[in-house]
Design a protein around this ligand. Structure first.
Ligand code: ATP
Ligand code: MG
Length: 180
């Protein structure tokens, strides 16, 4: 039996990156694993998964550490906004390193971390170093669009969500319980 923790990446432009990670969390909790979810980029407590995960009790902990959503086109973001996000991402990063090294978790979900790397809020080399040095038994899931090649190379399982259709394209805004 392989006892090595796996590295999973959920990327691509279709819906399902975060929710697939949460599906694994549900499965992991059912098998008695201890799970930590760190949300980069996202902030606030309006997310259904935050409320849902609370119902799962002590096996899972979720922390939102972002400063809200910054949009895909880097050029649209002012220097000031970027600085705020950068600060939040760095704090989140230090917490991530502490939690990884604590060796008290069986699975850590790093939600939207790929976006944080893509926006240069977090250095890809730091992520690579973390993945290479993580406790052997620890499983990690890195989600978010634009996963870097260096991270994909290190991963065991990589899934690219591809958008075929999205309700948003019909003008249907984010739906409670489905999107958040
Ligand atoms: P989910 O959280 O539903 O699994 P995701 O993690 O794959 O989605 P993100 O890139 O994190 O998607 O996008 C954040 C929000 O945008 C989510 O509410 C998601 O449902 C929605 N979304 C995902 N893909 C698309 C798309 N192709 N067009 C419009 N909205 C999308
Ligand atoms: Mg997501």
């Amino acid at each position: 039996m392989e006892d090595r923790g796996l590295i999973l990446v959920n990327t691509g432009n279709g819906k399902g990156k975060t929710t697939a990670a949460l599906g694994v969390v549900l499965r992991a909790v059912g098998q008695g694993l201890k799970v930590l979810i760190l949300q980069f980029i996202k902030s606030g407590n309006g997310y259904g998964e935050l409320k849902g995960l609370e119902l799962l009790g002590d096996s899972v902990e979720i922390r939102s550490m972002g400063k809200g959503f910054i949009y895909y086109k880097k050029n649209d973001v002012t220097a000031e906004t970027l600085a705020v996000h950068k600060h939040a991402a760095q704090e989140a990063w230090h917490m991530l390193i502490d939690e990884v090294n604590s060796d008290q978790w069986d699975l850590i979900v790093m939600d939207e971390i790929n976006n944080a790397v893509n926006y240069e809020l977090i250095d890809v080399n730091d992520v690579v170093t973390m993945l290479k040095n993580k406790p052997r038994r620890l499983h990690v899931i890195l989600s978010g669009r634009y996963a870097k090649d260096e991270i994909i190379e290190l991963a065991d399982t990589v899934t690219e969500m591809k958008v075929v259709k999205h309700a948003y394209q019909q003008g249907i805004k984010a739906v409670k319980g489905i999107e958040f």
